[in-house]
Ligand binder design. Structure first.
Ligand code: ATP
Ligand code: MG
Length: 379
């Protein structure tokens, strides 16, 4: 996929023509080997950030110094940004985020990365550089730490979460998690508390968006890691939910999977946005509402009503009922036939008018939207 990316080709050519190495690395190489796309293209180089900026300047390519302190410059080509990062190695660390220095070459750069499948490099001709056996691990669907798992986790505790995240996406669902990695995560789970909620939230979003996050989340629960991240989370509904989802025309939605974990402190623990909090609350409200399905879709919106129904059916171990999607769509499209001004002749503006309108709306919903304009003007 990255081989056809014209912007990436241009960025790599710029560096190579300047006499430097340019290797695409990480998610874009890993995903392309699996025949998937869907991730940013990151480029590693032996050129220093100042040099990258100078080369871009000379070629009139837009460059943004997005993280010069970490060796990263973003080059913009064809409207897309490409992160160009100088080869680095891990040096000292406080466990919250490894700090880095420049490395000699790609082989050294590879050793500071987290998992072997994330340490795959390719040049723009498509030649693979695989210094740590990542290709074989990728093919075997093994998420394996580079180096000693304990040491690598102690450098950056986010790697615990990334271990589960990459297992959910690329691991072997039958073989389970790499035992050595799992044991290290369990032993060092305390370190999670030192991570910023933004970083934890970003990883959890990606974990829960995986095709099937249930086995990884179950392993997190078994090791006590889930409770540390989201006190009160219950992983049991996740597997039946994921099993049911393909019966409904809907993209996997990470928020619905989060809702499946039950009442947690997700809003603050994962730094949810206002819109995410609203969407999560709508799912909960729709679940707690015993109105008929169409009414629930009218009151809480189609997505929340659909997600609530998925969670309810999953909890009951039942299939998605025929016609339920159509019912939800009907409710979501319903339009209340009267407005406040239709009652203005009979009630003065104020609280009484509002209450009359609300009472009529409740009757209308309870009638399954069959009451018409005329019916609703009567008492
Ligand atoms: P995605 O498709 O989610 O973007 P990715 O592999 O590109 O997957 P990123 O988080 O974008 O993941 O990181 C890019 C690369 O940087 C990784 O493939 C890995 O090599 C390295 N990396 C990122 N975060 C860490 C970390 N905390 N510790 C070690 N290496 C990391
Ligand atoms: Mg990435």
């Amino acid at each position: 996929a990255f081989l056809e990316d014209r912007g990436a080709q241009k960025v790599c050519a710029l560096l190579e023509d300047g006499g430097y190495q340019a290797l695409m690395v990480g998610g874009c190489v890993r995903n392309a080997l699996l025949g998937q796309g869907g991730t940013d293209i990151d480029i590693a180089t032996d050129a220093r950030p100042e040099t990258v900026l100078a080369l871009a300047g000379a070629a009139k390519m837009k460059a943004v110094p997005t993280g010069v302190a970490h060796g990263t410059v973003t080059l913009v080509s064809g409207g897309t940004g490409y992160e160009v990062t100088t080869f680095r190695r891990d040096v000292e660390t406080d466990g919250r985020r490894a700090t880095v220095a420049y490395a000699q070459d790609a082989a050294e750069d590879a050793r500071r990365r987290d998992f072997t499948m994330n340490a795959l490099y390719a040049d723009r001709a498509g030649t693979l550089f695989d210094p740590l056996g990542g290709l074989e691990d990728l093919q075997e669907r093994r998420v394996r730490f580079i180096g000693q798992p304990e040491d690598r986790i102690a450098e950056d505790y986010l790697r615990i979460l990334r271990f589960f995240r990459f297992h959910a996406w690329f691991g072997d669902p039958d073989a389970g998690l790499d035992p050595e990695g799992l044991a290290a995560c369990a032993a060092l789970a305390d370190g999670i508390d030192s991570l910023s909620r933004e970083r934890v939230g970003a990883e959890m979003r990606k974990l829960l968006a995986a095709p099937d996050p249930a086995p990884a989340v179950a392993a997190m629960a078994a090791t006590g890691i889930l409770a540390r991240l989201l006190p009160g989370a219950d992983p049991d509904l996740l597997a039946p939910l994921v099993h049911l989802e393909p019966q409904v025309p809907t993209a996997p939605r990470w928020l619905r999977r989060l809702a499946a974990l039950g009442e947690t402190e997700a809003a603050s623990r994962l730094r949810l946005s206002k819109a995410e909090i609203r969407a999560l609350e709508a799912i909960r409200a729709a679940m707690a509402d015993d109105t008929a399905p169409a009414g629930r879709a009218y009151l809480h919106g189609f997505e929340a009503a659909r997600d609530a129904a998925l969670l309810t059916q999953a909890a009951l171990g039942q299939v998605w009922p025929d016609g339920l999607t159509a019912e939800l769509e009907r409710g979501a499209k319903a339009v209340f036939p009267i407005k406040a001004r239709d009652l203005a002749e009979r009630f003065p503006p104020g609280p009484q008018l509002g209450a009359e309108l609300a009472a009529r709306k409740a009757r209308w919903i309870a009638s399954d939207f069959t009451l018409r304009y005329r019916d609703l003007l009567d008492d």
